[in-house]
Write a protein that binds this ligand. Structure first.
Ligand SMILES: C[S@@+](CC[C@H](N)C(=O)[O-])C[C@H]1O[C@@H](n2cnc3c(N)ncnc32)[C@H](O)[C@@H]1O
Length: 282
C-alpha cells in the first residue's frame, strides 16, 4: 500500500479512516483512551481520507464513544472469564497493545489480507500484552469462516467476539448468516457489535456513503428491529448503549444534537441512532 492517494481505494481503507479518529483522541489532554499506534497506522492516507471524504472528519464524538464502549464491553467480558477474544474485521485496531490485558489471554484478529500485511509492517516489532494472532480471511467466505470458528471454538472455554465497523457493510441476509455461524460455536458466548438505525443508515448513505459506495464499501445494514434483529439468529441483546447518550455523559456531544436526547424507547425508525450492543448467546 502506498500513501500517494487521498481517496478510499477499497473497503480496507476504511480502517485507516477509523485510525485517524483514534489518533486525534490520543492527542487530547482529556482523552477517553490513548492509542499510541493510531497515528502511524492511519498514516498520511488515513488523514487524507478523513479530510476529503464528505463529512469524513466530522462526528469525532461518535467514533470516540464507539471505541470507548467497545473497550468497556471487552474489558468486562475478559474480567468475567473470556479466555479468547475474536476481533472480526480488526482493521488497524491496536487493543492488544494498548489495553491492560492478562498475558495468557488469546486474541485473534481477522481481516482481509491487504490490511493484515500492512498492519504487520507497522506493528511487527511491537510487543502485544497478550497472545495475539492475526488471520487473513475474507469473512464473506462462508466455508472459510465456519472452519475458522470451529477451530477457535476448540481452543477456548469462553469466547467473546467483537466486530466494530463491519456489519454496516453487509446486507441483512449476510449479517444473519454470520450470526448463525458464530452462534454455532459452543464456547462463543458474547458478541459485541455496533449498529445503526434505519434513519441513521439513510443519513450516512446520503453523505459519506456515496463515495464509499463507489469504492465498493457501501453502507447497507440498519435493521428496523434494532438489536432484536439478532434474536432469531442465535443472539439476545443484553446491553445496548447509544453513542450520543454516551458522548453526552462525557460532555463530548455537540450541543445542537442534545435536543435528540433522551433516546426514544424501543423502535428507533427514523431517529438517527447508532450504538454498541453486547449480545449474549441464546
Ligand atoms: C471501518 S473498518 C473497522 C476496522 C476496526 N474494527 C476499527 O474499528 O478500527 C472496517 C474493516 O472491515 C474489514 N472488512 C470489510 N469487509 C471484510 C470482509 N469481507 N472480510 C474481512 N474483513 C473485512 C476492512 O478490511 C476494514 O479493516
Amino acid at each position: 500500500m502506498t500513501d500517494s492517494t487521498s481517496t478510499v481505494r477499497g473497503i480496507s481503507d476504511t480502517a485507516r479512516w477509523v485510525a485517524y479518529f483514534r489518533a486525534l483522541e490520543t492527542r487530547r489532554a482529556d482523552a477517553l483512551f490513548r492509542d499510541p499506534y493510531a497515528e502511524r497506522l492511519a498514516g498520511a492516507l488515513g488523514f487524507n481520507i478523513a479530510n476529503t471524504l464528505p463529512d469524513g472528519n466530522k462526528h469525532e464524538w461518535a467514533w470516540v464513544a464507539r471505541t470507548y464502549l467497545f473497550d468497556q464491553f471487552l474489558s468486562r467480558a475478559i474480567q468475567e472469564g473470556a479466555d479468547l477474544v475474536v476481533n472480526l474485521a480488526a482493521g488497524l485496531d491496536a487493543r492488544p497493545y494498548r489495553m491492560n490485558l492478562p498475558a495468557a489471554l488469546q486474541w485473534v484478529e481477522v481481516d482481509l489480507p491487504v490490511i493484515v500485511s500492512y498492519k504487520e509492517e507497522i506493528l511487527g516489532n511491537e510487543k502485544p500484552r497478550c497472545r495475539l494472532e492475526r488471520i487473513a480471511l475474507d469473512l464473506s467466505d462462508v466455508s472459510g469462516r465456519r472452519a475458522l470458528f470451529a477451530e477457535l471454538d476448540a481452543r477456548a472455554r469462553k469466547v467473546v467476539v467483537a466486530s466494530e465497523g463491519l456489519l454496516i457493510y453487509f446486507t441483512a441476509d449476510e449479517v444473519a448468516s454470520l450470526a448463525k455461524n458464530l452462534a454455532a460455536g459452543k464456547h462463543f458466548q458474547n458478541w459485541i457489535i455496533d449498529l445503526a438505525s434505519p434513519g441513521q443508515l439513510r443519513l450516512m448513505q446520503r453523505t459519506t456513503g456515496k463515495q464509499l459506495s463507489e469504492a465498493g464499501a457501501a453502507f447497507k445494514f440498519g435493521p428496523p428491529e434494532g438489536a432484536k434483529f439478532f434474536t432469531p439468529h442465535g443472539w439476545e441483546p443484553k446491553d445496548v448503549q447509544g453513542l450520543l447518550k454516551t458522548a453526552a455523559q462525557f460532555k463530548r456531544a455537540p450541543s445542537v444534537l442534545l435536543s435528540l436526547l433522551p433516546e426514544p424507547k424501543g423502535n428507533f425508525g427514523n431517529y438517527p441512532w447508532t450504538g454498541v450492543c453486547l449480545l449474549d448467546k441464546r
